[in-house]
Design a protein around this ligand. Structure first.
Ligand SMILES: O=C(O)CCC(=O)C(=O)O
Ligand SMILES: [Fe+2]
Length: 350
């Protein structure tokens, strides 16, 4: 790309000012190791660590997950190779609907007016479960099909294990959450953030919470930041670790015990960054609401039930800038809505 220092980025890429400071804390984001769950004491310790992480941060770095390092590295390698292709080779996969089976997009957010500013990013996505039609996947690099298929299968198997652990850490039967994930979906999104000459002026991905149940992400260069205690905390890549975060559906199912936390991607001036995010969710027809075992008098249901497919569509039609469709499902147990209060008063007294 040559020297970037004389290049000014176009104004449409300038991001809105952010009210939160940027804190660089190295080791604060929780680390959870699930390598020895057969041992009763280690199991208890891991479940406790998982619960604490999901309640306080909504994010953790996962070790002992069992996905071979070699496979994760190959997945990163084919992703970088794909993004290195000339633009016209990538544009054949263009799609403006992230619910498609396979697609590629860059800044479609701007044309759709869904985003406050253009983002310094392009991405490729594909369904892993159920698997997409392999003939729609990139032929270049040659290993893309094999590697992405194996990686997708491994991550889906890991997601099923995590679902059991999330259940147990909520004090439920291990199979409780899985019972609500009929028609499970796993989609993979490869995010590419090229080096940027004025990184502080723009953003790679706008602050958002994930709409699915939970996300399993790998990154090799730092750039992912999590909002914690009112500040952006950088999640430093930990060798061999995968980043796991709670999404909106797990927040609803857990009746607000677990937090779906805002995060964003920042860019840098030195080198390209790729992150591989795998989104696990129930099927689009699944009814999602707080699990009855987590609802009681002290802790009434915090959300109305909704179809995941409707939630996903509503979220995707909103501007991706902090606002989450979660608030539209919130049960307001404090006071009834104003118009009905006035109406009731009217009926009662006059
Ligand atoms: O690139 C990253 O680390 C963040 C990606 C992300 O949040 C997403 O794809 O939902
Ligand atoms: Fe995300």
């Amino acid at each position: 790309m040559g020297s970037l220092s004389f290049f000014k980025i176009p104004g449409e890429f300038h991001r809105a000012p952010d009210p939160h400071p940027w804190k660089d804390l190295d080791h604060e984001v929780p680390v959870v190791d699930i390598s020895s769950l057969e041992d009763t004491d280690s199991r208890e310790g891991a479940l406790q660590a998982l619960r604490d992480a999901c309640e306080s941060w909504g994010f953790f770095q996962l070790l002992g997950h069992g996905i071979p390092r070699e496979l994760s590295d190959k997945m990163m390698e084919v992703a970088y190779k794909f993004f290195d292709l000339p633009a016209q080779d990538k544009l054949v996969y263009c799609s403006d609907n992230v619910l498609d089976d396979v697609g590629f997009a860059t800044n479609f957010e701007v044309s759709k007016s869904r985003r406050p500013s253009a983002t310094w990013q392009e991405f490729f996505f594909q369904m892993c479960s159920p698997p997409c039609d392999p003939s729609k996947l990139p032929e270049n690099p040659a290993r893309y099909l094999n590697v992405s298929t194996s990686y997708g299968a491994e991550v889906t198997a890991l997601a099923r294990r995590l679902l059991e652990l999330f259940s147990e850490s909520l004090g439920l039967e291990a199979s409780e959450l899985a019972g609500r994930f009929e028609g499970e979906l796993m989609s993979m999104r490869l995010n590419h953030y090229p080096p940027c000459p004025e990184p502080q002026l723009t953003i790679g991905i706008q602050p958002h919470s994930d709409i699915n149940a939970f996300t399993i992400l790998q990154q090799d260069v730092e750039g992912l930041q999590v909002l914690h205690d009112g500040a952006w905390v950088t999640l430093k890549p930990l060798p061999g670790a995968l980043v796991v975060n709670v999404g909106d559906q797990l927040q609803i199912l857990s009746n607000d015990k677990f937090k779906s936390v805002e995060h964003r991607g920042v860019v840098n001036g030195e080198r390209a960054r790729v992150s591989i995010a795998c989104f696990y969710s129930p099927g689009l027809g699944a009814r999602i609401g707080p699990i009855p075992g987590l609802v009681n008098e002290e802790c009434p249901a915090k959300y109305k039930e909704s179809l995941y497919g409707e939630y996903a569509k509503a979220s995707l039609s909103m501007e991706l800038n902090r606002k989450s469709a979660l608030s539209t499902l919130k049960v307001d147990d404090q006071k009834p809505e104003l118009p009905s209060t006035l109406f009731n008063l009217w009926n009662k007294h006059w």
